[in-house]
Write a protein of this length. Structure first.
Length: 244
């Protein structure tokens, strides 16, 4: 091997080592936006961990990641992630593609709803959420494709009622260009059947029917009266519209 070839091999080896061993702490200082707070960083950008992380108000601990270099060939920066909220767990494959689209695949987790109390601006929110998504794609904070389920149990929302209002399940899918979810009660304080549609223009629409059950509190029954007169089956129409 010639001297020039040896120099080239040595240079390529150095560059490869620099990239694959690039410290996670340095990458965090250089690239991570202020909205993401991380502490206790260890390892490299390719494989590392963090003791704690806060993302848009959601607190996580024991965060671990491993980048997937093969996805770079198709223009995606991808990684496998594992983390723990205050209780429960969260696992997902995350990929950042062209146009800023974030794709979450094989999402599995169990999260306390209290972790979202400040995000949802609902003091006292509690309960548990179980998530299973084959795919969830997000652009500019808006879900543009979804395939999976979200189940909530032991829901408590003091702004609605200080007593538990039970469990509910939402099945998400993509209908043409909109994200749609069918929502139903599991053991809730309401008999609920509704559909949620999130459109590309950031508008949402929730349409359905809700009725009282034997476990519905007097306070909740009074609130149902604001929805108008029920039909012959005791169901009230619900319709909520807005923009995200």
């Amino acid at each position: 091997m010639t001297r020039k070839a040896l120099v080239l091999v040595g240079l390529l080896t150095f560059v490869a080592a620099f990239i694959f061993l690039f410290p996670a702490r340095v990458a965090y200082d250089w690239f991570v936006p202020p909205a993401v707070q991380v502490s206790g960083l260890e390892g490299s950008i390719w494989s590392g961990s963090a003791a704690e992380a806060s993302v848009a108000g959601l607190y996580l601990r024991d965060l671990r990641w491993r980048l997937r270099p093969s996805r770079l060939l198709i223009g995606n920066l991808a990684a496998s992630l594992e983390a723990s909220p205050s209780s429960g767990f969260l696992e997902a494959d995350v990929a950042l593609g062209f146009g800023g689209v974030v794709t979450l695949g094989d999402v599995s987790g169990s999260l306390p709803l209290s972790a979202f109390a400040s995000i949802a601006r609902m003091p006292g929110l509690s309960g548990n959420a179980s998530i299973q998504f084959e795919e969830l794609r997000i652009r500019d904070g808006l879900p543009i494709a979804a395939d999976g389920t979200l189940a909530v149990d032991d829901l408590v929302a003091p702004m609605v009622d200080p007593s538990p209002i039970g469990g509910y399940r939402a099945e998400f899918f993509t209908n043409e260009s909109a994200v749609v979810a069918s929502i139903e009660d599991v053991d809730g304080a309401f008999d609920l059947a509704a559909s949620l549609t999130i459109s590309p223009d950031r508008t949402y629409q929730l349409i359905g029917k809700v009725a009282a059950t034997d476990s519905t509190s007097d306070k909740l029954r009074q609130q149902l009266r604001f929805l108008g007169s029920p039909n012959e089956r005791g169901q009230h129409d619900i319709r909520l519209e807005g923009q995200l």
